[in-house]
Design a protein around this ligand. Structure first.
Ligand code: NAP
Length: 391
């Protein structure tokens, strides 16, 4: 029996990796989700996964969390500037706990990449090499979601403004990187490797065409100089530091740092990586579903649900209907006669599933004694506009 652990398991990539491992037959009891916020991990606990709480800052908690773990996926943290120390804590804890393999999510061609994000990944790769732990490095390219979540801005501006007109980006959706990470954890034969993970490369005019098609509105790619790009970010309200950082990423993009061969990703996936147009369509297609829950107290359950979720989503109530944004999707709770209707909508499967899960799992918990069952049915009543918010 092999015990697997995933850090950042409540994050967007981590959740997908956990789901992938379970779908591939890993028993929930053999899977440890290392999280910093236990409340956020409730859905994982509900699925039978072992939830252990440890921040990347807390060496003792990390060591306890990794006890008995054979293979660990260290998902790079999101606190830029603090990550070398944080990852170092995880590496130390993994060594102390006797972990047999660490899989780490790095950055495409991290060893030579000049983008400002690369230094922390280079340093982490060095820490792993120095630790003597068998390590599989997943040098992940860009997420397609980095672009799809910016659609509201693109729509507002009426164009995609960039300073990399001749560059290609080999992006792939998170689902592909998650499947590759699950494969790297499960592969019994490979304890040490470096994979450069990238999707099929596309140009920015191709990205603009894919986004235009999904949004139903022409969004041309408009090239500007790096100087004007930075000025545009400042005019949009970014502070000097952030504008400089984002501009440096754009300079790296223009320099071809995000282009790369997709063969390693294909190899780990056992299929071609998802092409940009397919990924954009999947992520942005508006989807909706509904669940009609029969109950003699629809009003009481609606109030309970809205009040409980009020801590994570801002509900607006008008008459019998309450609505809120959850991630990039929308949730509606409608009180009827002897029925409580839940409506979920969002751009793409991921977003829809998140809204369904948040609404459905809470209502089922409140209604446990009355055995309320939430059964979602895909609705043809899809929302007209795609409004992702960059969840
Ligand atoms: N390739 C790309 O295009 C790209 C883009 C963005 C980021 N990334 C990198 O890939 C990683 C995963 O991506 P993602 O989309 O899943 O990001 P994400 O949704 O922000 O997830 C980051 C995860 O790291 C956890 N985390 C952050 N700081 C932590 C700390 N101090 N202690 C414990 N856990 C901590 C977060 O915990 P909570 O759930 O509690 O917040 C979250 O689960 C990112 O963190 C970043 O390093 C790559």
């Amino acid at each position: 029996m092999t015990t697997f652990a995933v850090t950042g398991a409540t994050g967007q990539l981590g959740r997908l990796v956990v789901r992938d491992l379970l779908d591939r037959g890993v028993a929930p009891a053999d899977l440890v989700a290392v999280v910093r916020d236990e409340a956020k991990a409730q859905p994982l606990a509900d699925a039978g996964v072992q939830v252990r709480v440890a921040s990347y800052e807390d060496v003792a908690a990390l060591q306890a969390a990794l006890a008995g773990v054979d293979r660990l996926l260290l998902i790079s943290g999101s606190e830029v500037g603090k990550r070398v120390a944080q990852h170092g804590n995880v590496v130390d804890a993994a060594r102390a706990a006797g972990v047999l393999r660490v899989v780490y999510t790095s950055l495409l061609r991290a060893d030579s990449n000049t983008m400002p994000l690369a230094a922390e990944h280079q340093a982490t790769e060095r820490l792993l090499a120095d630790s003597g732990l068998p390590t599989v490095v997943l040098r992940n390219g860009w997420y397609v979601e980095n672009y799809t979540t910016q659609l509201p801005t693109y729509l507002q501006v009426g164009a995609i403004i960039g300073a990399a007109p001749d560059a290609r980006v080999a992006a792939a959706p998170r689902t592909d990187y998650a499947a590759a990470a699950a494969a790297a954890l499960l592969d019994d034969g490979t304890d040490t490797a470096v994979y450069e993970l990238a999707g099929p490369a596309a140009s920015f005019p191709e990205l603009a065409a894919a986004l235009s098609e999904a949004a139903g509105q022409e969004l041309p790619y408009r090239a500007v100089s790096l100087e004007d790009y930075r000025a545009g970010l400042l005019a949009a309200g970014l502070d000097e530091g952030t504008a400089g950082f984002v501009t440096a990423l754009e300079a790296g993009t223009a320099n071809g740092e995000l282009d790369g061969p997709s063969t390693d990703l294909e190899r780990l996936l056992g299929r071609p990586a998802t092409d940009l147009r397919t990924a954009v369509t999947r992520l942005l297609t508006p989807l909706a579903s509904r669940a009609d829950v029969v109950t003699d107290a629809p009003d009481r359950y609606a109030k309970q649900l809205v009040s409980h979720l009020g801590r994570r989503a801002e509900f607006t109530t008008e008459g019998p209907e309450s609505s809120a944004q959850i991630g990039s999707g929308t949730a509606r709770v409608v009180v009827g006669d002897g029925v409580l209707t839940l409506l979920a909508a969002g751009p793409g499967e991921e977003s829809l599933a998140r809204v369904e899960h948040v609404l459905g799992s809470h209502l089922e918990r409140f209604g446990a004694r009355n055995e309320l069952v939430v059964q979602w049915t895909r609705s043809t009543d899809t929302p007209a506009a795609v409004t992702p918010t960059g969840a």
